[in-house]
Design a protein around this ligand. Structure first.
Ligand SMILES: Nc1ncnc2c1ncn2[C@@H]1O[C@H](COP(=O)(O)OP(=O)(O)OP(=O)(O)O)[C@@H](O)[C@H]1O
Ligand SMILES: [Mg+2]
Length: 262
């Protein structure tokens, strides 16, 4: 049975998409079957997976939003093949920003994503969900549908605040037997790390609070990682010798070990 892993933080721009993308691609490169689900109307992950030509912005006939609105019984997840071996994806586009308005008629809408994933869960080893910087019903859907969550954080106060907000929702989900009492907290991945005293102080705070849940290594701030997005490449093909590639390789393996630990 495939495992569903969500990358989250209520704060924007902390490298959720960068991390979900590179780590999912890493797992595919070691033979795991991966399904990415883009839950962000910005569609950054969708663009990374669909084409390596930055001038292309394909239009999708069916997106995750269409599946949500029409519902799991009538409309299965619109799964597409990506340009990577072992990797499929479910695209998002701007329509997803209407999620709340367009699903207001649906009873029990927190189960929509879980019900959509259920029929395909066995076709994959890992289903990797890229979450938006938000706390609302899309995040609740991701929490209900997931086996584990990875918090992604930069070492600064707004990002730490964003993690605390997600932890608050996580605790609500755990406390309610009808939601997802078995949801696991896999760990906290610290990204865009710089070598100065403020960064060190926030890393210290995160380590004190999250202890062994802090994933090593940290991902340092790095021009090659930033450039790889403009060229729509994963870091392993953009520059396999870059330190960002090594850090994501090691952190991605570490996350896999944690997911597989019972
Ligand atoms: N380690 C890094 N070094 C340098 N730049 C980085 C690093 N990680 C991410 N970035 C850059 O930071 C920006 C934000 O990254 P990303 O889009 O992955 O964040 P996000 O958390 O998914 O944002 P959003 O909340 O808007 O979805 C991107 O331009 C990305 O290229
Ligand atoms: Mg993102």
């Amino acid at each position: 049975m495939g495992k569903v892993i969500s990358f989250m933080n209520n704060k924007g721009g902390v490298a959720k998409t960068m991390s979900a993308f590179n780590i999912g691609i890493l797992w595919a490169s070691i033979g795991k079957r991966i399904l990415f689900i883009d839950l962000d109307s910005q569609a950054n992950l969708t663009r990374m997976l669909s084409s390596d030509d930055p001038s292309k912005s394909p239009k999708w006939e069916n997106t995750i939003e269409d599946a949500f609105v029409i519902g799991p019984k009538l409309n299965p997840l619109p799964i597409l093949s990506s340009r990577y071996e072992n990797v499929d994806f479910v695209p998002a586009d701007l329509k997803l920003s209407n999620f709340d308005a367009e699903t207001s008629h649906i009873n029990l809408k927190v189960y929509l994503l879980k019900d959509l994933i259920a029929p395909v869960k066995d076709n994959y080893d890992y289903i990797v969900i890229d979450c938006p910087p938000a706390l609302g019903s899309i995040i609740m859907n991701a929490m209900v549908a997931s086996d584990g969550i990875v918090l992604v954080s930069t070492p600064d106060q707004p990002s730490l605040d964003g993690m605390h907000m997600i932890v608050g929702v996580y605790n609500e989900v755990l406390a309610d037997d009808r939601l997802n009492p078995y949801l696991r907290f896999i760990g906290c991945l610290i990204t865009r790390v710089e070598n100065d005293t403020i960064n060190k102080s926030y890393i210290g705070q995160i380590e004190e609070e999250f202890g062994a849940y802090v994933i090593k290594p940290f991902i340092r701030k790095n021009t090659k990682l930033n450039q790889s997005v403009s060229f729509r490449k994963d870091i392993f093909s953009y520059d396999p010798k870059d330190r960002g590639a090594k850090e994501y390789r090691d952190a991605g393996k570490e996350i896999l070990i944690r997911i597989e630990q019972d």
